[in-house]
Design a protein around this ligand. Structure first.
Ligand SMILES: NC(=O)c1ccc[n+]([C@@H]2O[C@H](COP(=O)([O-])OP(=O)(O)OC[C@H]3O[C@@H](n4cnc5c(N)ncnc54)[C@H](OP(=O)(O)O)[C@@H]3O)[C@@H](O)[C@H]2O)c1
Length: 281
């Protein structure tokens, strides 16, 4: 295990925050770096990169979503490895490199994985399914609160994963070099369509929630209307296209492989999350 602090990029986000909580519990030192942290780091401001990795041996990377951001992350990893970064744990996405994903965002994610592998640093790649916490901590929360989940997922299913499970996996991988050279695909234990998700959330939150299946271009227009850059809106459309095309209807064993236990079911996660009051607002 590394003796220098572990660098956590994206440490205030949905996965990074859970990794830092686990490291706190274990008394492991880390350096959190993002635009709003004490160690300022910006994927798009290369002048912040060298100081961020100075004296760091191992890093957790939660990269940006769109192709431009993913390209920046690739550039960063090449530079960081040249400056002494020895080991990287990369958050990627489930299905990257698989057939039926001929979209820029998937190609950019695969390119980033390849750049990590070619960087000279030791690597572990973790490819999770869609996060359940998108409905409680990210862009789908407002839809839940508004009672209409307006996305372009058709009637496809996804094996939604609790990011607590991702945090546990990332921490285990960061702390044990035996995972070097492995690629893990993670998911929850069953697939749910967006209609089933809406029904589960309606039940636990005791509020009406329905799924409105948008046409992909209608979805992009709505996201841009909410202030998303076009490139990111199109990336989100294409990520949903994989669900829409029924390419996500499978479960993956990564949580069991790394942690030796089953992942948490969406319904358990939803019940516990409802108790936090996040959907009562
Ligand atoms: N959501 C899903 O269902 C899903 C599924 C599979 C994979 N993923 C992947 O997960 C990654 C996102 O991880 P996450 O959900 O854990 O993060 P997140 O919740 O989206 O949080 C983003 C983090 O990155 C930081 N950040 C944002 N813009 C930045 C910038 N320009 N420079 C430096 N730091 C920046 C933020 O902190 P500051 O605001 O302080 O900068 C924050 O800590 C993406 O690559 C996505 O493709 C997501």
């Amino acid at each position: 295990m590394t003796t220098t602090p572990i660098l956590i990029l994206g440490g205030k986000g949905k996965t990074g925050r859970r990794v830092t909580e686990q490291l706190d519990t274990r008394g492991v030192a880390y350096r959190l770096a993002s635009r709003s942290s004490e160690q300022r780091f910006d994927w798009y401001d290369e002048s912040t990169w060298s100081l961020t990795v100075a004296g760091i041996d191992t890093a957790y990377l939660a990269p940006p979503v769109g192709p431009t951001g993913l390209a920046q992350a690739g550039k960063f990893i090449r530079q960081a490895a040249a400056e002494g970064l020895r080991r990287v744990v990369l958050l990627s996405g489930r299905g990257v490199g698989s057939p039926g994903r001929d979209f820029a965002v998937y190609e950019s994610s695969l390119e980033l994985e390849n750049q990590v592998k070619a960087s000279g640093a030791d690597w572990t790649i973790v490819r999770p399914a869609w996060f359940a916490q998108n409905f409680s901590e990210d862009f789908l929360l407002d839809y839940v609160l508004g009672g209409e989940i307006r996305v372009a997922a058709g009637d496809g299913g996804e094996a939604w994963i609790d990011t607590d499970d991702i945090g546990d996996v990332m921490t285990a991988v960061l702390l044990d070099e035996q995972h070097t050279g492995e690629t893990y695909s993670l998911s929850g234990p069953r697939t749910l369509t967006m209609t089933e998700v809406a029904a589960e959330l309606a039940q636990v939150s005791e509020r009406p929630i329905t799924y409105v299946d948008l046409e992909p271009e209608e979805f992009v227009a709505e996201l841009i209307g909410f202030g998303q850059p076009q490139e990111d809106a199109e990336a989100v459309r294409d990520l949903f296209a994989v669900i829409r095309n029924h390419r996500s209807e499978y479960v993956s064993e990564g949580v069991q492989q790394v942690l030796g236990r089953a992942p948490r079911d969406f319904a358990d996660w939803a019940r516990a999350t409802a108790r936090t009051g996040v959907w009562s607002a």
